[in-house]
Design a protein around this ligand. Sequence first.
Ligand code: SF4
Length: 383
Amino acid sequence: MGPSRFQARGWGQERFGQHGRLLPYVQHADYPLTKAALIQAMRLRIGKTVRALKRFLLADGVKLEASSRCQLKCVVCPTAKGENRKGTIGWGDLTLETFERFVRNNRRIRHIELSNWGEIFLNPALNEILSVAHRRGIKLTANNGVNFNSVRDDTLEALAKYRFRSLTIAIDGATPESYREYRRGGDFNRVIANIEKLNQFKRRHRSRYPVLTWQFVIFGHNEHELDRARAMARSLGMNFSPTFNAEGWGPQFSPVKDRDLVRARSGIGAASFTEFREKYRRELVMPCQDMWLSPQINWDGKMLGCCVNVWGDYGNVFESSLDECLAGEKYRYAQKMLLGHAAARSDIPCVKCHFYQRHALTRTLASSWPLRIARRVLLAKAV
Ligand code: SF4
């Protein structure tokens, strides 16, 4: 396939990349870079900015993990290795009773993200949680990711019936062989069959929800399957979102081999998080924003602040309250520390995190004038 008309005019990936503003959104648009794809990317960016602004102003969203348990043995995952089980995160499920109490006591919360370290579909009370949220008009998502290997039929139906908003399904490969290289214990064909069944329920309930996204972590063993996976995602009615091998979890498993191919075919314009950061002087993902936009709560009520934190907590929202935890001295201090307005303090979990160690948030917020304004607003909310 030759270059598109748009690329031929010089708006190819490189030029686009120099601006570095829309790149993370292009990954959701169809490849190659056509004018329509760019418009779609711009819409996504604007939509995401508006949603973030709304969440900041209304403070109406949290992340509340439905289950920290997982049945797979993904190679470098701290849950699969048993590290999370022994630490702050632990091993358990959100109960229906605590979920009901939480939404009753926090009526301003209108959006709850349920996924983080575990597989939400292992929670035996999930159907009831979906039903309660639907009755109360609360939007549920699992955008952090699910493996979708073990989902009961009645749960698949509940996702469509109760208008579960969006699901990101981790499928790192377009064949059973490449999929199981990393998702040990998982079954590619079962995941695809579950997606097809869910699509049938969506049709039966005339629901466009949940919106489905295929997340593809690019490894050396699956990089050649990017285009095939993108085409499969499209045929299943899913968005396609390639991403990179995690950093900060020790030596990389199966690093990318053909960096040029990944740069070109991923739609991200880089071959790793590090390369993206060096090239565009900002982060591809910025979990620190959870501390303001959508604080992460563990399944047992521990306030974690963000989805990366496994080192400590800022109180317990089930034992005290959400507002008390967010207004606590430790939480406010962490926010100021992240913005570079307070010195590192050893009791703040962030000091152990690679995002803080390389000043990820302060650097990103210094990278353009709108973000410099955003920094002032975030700081005002932290004081
Ligand atoms: S520095 Fe790490 S632990 Fe702290 S908010 Fe950012 S991502 Fe979370």
